[in-house]
Design a protein around this ligand. Sequence first.
Ligand SMILES: [Zn+2]
Length: 361
Amino acid sequence: MEKSLKIFEIFGIKVRIHFTFLLLPAFVGFGVFFRQGGMNAVRSIVFVMFLFTCVIFHEISHSLVAQKFKIKVKHITLFPIGGIAFMERMPDKPKQEFLMSLAGPLFNIVLAVLLFYPLYLIMGRDIKALSMANISFNSWRSTILWMYWINPMLALFNLLPAFPMDGGRALRAFLAAHMPFIKATRIAVSIGHFFAIIFGLTAMIVQYPILMLIAFFIYIAASQEERQVKLKYALKEFKVKDVAAGEYHSIRPDTPLSGVLELSLKTTQQDFPVVEGDRVLGILTRYNLISALHEHKGENKAKEAMTKEVVRVSLGETLNSVYSKMAAANSKTALILQKGELKGIISVEDIARVYQLQSSR
Ligand SMILES: [Zn+2]
């Protein structure tokens, strides 16, 4: 995430661009420049910038509805493939997910409707004279036409009833209002697969590789969504106290790393809480240990190599919540604390074991 740059903040939401995003206007601009010359290149870059402004406002529309449902939006980041609004969590109620997913495409439709008449006054019937076959930046006139039509196209593409598009989420939410969430997901995923196969076949017939790529992407994303929902539901049934091992090793801040190495050779524990008296100071992960040893710092103390930010969970917390916290912190071990006192540790392997047992039943 450090590889992105904040460009502005609106409604309390930070809008960032990922550094790879800058490649896109450069890539398009150079491509057009070599084939069609300087002015066309300028127009193509204006077009790309406009397209991404629309994408930003599409994401902001999703985010505003999310905020209305008290979901924090961390930031919106633009990547070359599009924008992503990073949210703290997904909505729990189907109705909320439904409204949230439709808000984005709705922005594009509203903008297109609002722009139609003014543009019609300027361009006359030309506004309708556009086809996929002649994408060109030969004149400002055709560039503006493209800028106009890109919004309905964005809306249409995002409304495809397939994950990870907004339409797929809206469809699942609509179904989930009438049946269990898992079943709704399964049906939405099948419809997504169906669309992916149709796209794939069409791509083969018309020999259009980009469509093949999209088809592939949609297929994978649909399967992934089903797996994630299954995982979430399986993990919701268990609490930390059901699975956490009672036995664990902790180390002191002044334990030398060579001592930790010896300890980690004797156990299967990967990460060690660093504790002084009752206080948890941090966690010494296997990664911390290996990188310190790699730099020949074996005689350094645990406190010099440990990670200070630890994931803290309680005995009554569900595994689903623990898993989300670990994923957000990119951590493999969480510390179980009760009233500030360390009660044990839980690792991502513990969670994986529960999931495997649960899904094989
Ligand atoms: Zn969207």
